[in-house]
Ligand binder design. Structure first.
Ligand code: AMP
Length: 133
């Protein structure tokens, strides 16, 4: 039983581009790094602020981290998001103009890179949340 491969384990492709960034095989514009997460600028920004926050662990999407990650990893990932929001002075709680967080998952979410990432977007009004049909 112990040697049985969980289908969730086989979901993670360690050749994805963010895995390569975590291994320093390709460069990134780091915003901040913690024990549990890396935040860097999106290579094709869709707003004046477009930061991606990724966990260091091999998680495909947010529910993967939430279901399989340790409490430390889950807290560490969310804490890195908080640190980015604070560092870039985005929080409406501090009188700033706010931001949007998006995490695409799977086919309907139109996820391109199969390593969990939160998009943090700001710097202008971002319009309505999703396109109308
Ligand atoms: P998603 O469609 O949610 O999977 O988003 C993937 C994001 O990764 C896109 O916004 C891309 O512009 C971004 N991206 C792809 N390659 C890189 C890279 N090497 N460095 C930074 N961002 C990247």
């Amino acid at each position: 039983v112990g040697s049985e491969m969980c289908i969730r384990d086989s979901l993670y492709d360690d050749q994805n581009i963010f895995a390569k960034i975590l291994r320093s095989e390709i460069p990134n514009e780091t915003v901040l790094e913690t024990e549990f997460a890396l935040a860097f600028n999106d290579i094709a920004p869709q707003a004046p602020v477009h930061v991606l926050v990724i966990p260091k662990g091999p998680y495909v999407c947010y529910d993967h981290l939430l279901s399989e990650g340790s409490s430390e990893e889950i807290l560490g990932f969310n804490n890195a998001i908080l640190q980015v929001i604070q560092k870039l002075e985005l929080s409406p709680m501090d009188g700033n103009s706010g931001y949007r967080i998006i995490s695409n998952a799977g086919v309907y979410g139109v996820q391109d890179v199969p390593h969990l990432h939160m998009h943090i977007l700001s710097g202008r009004s971002l319009g309505r949340m999703i396109e109308k049909d």
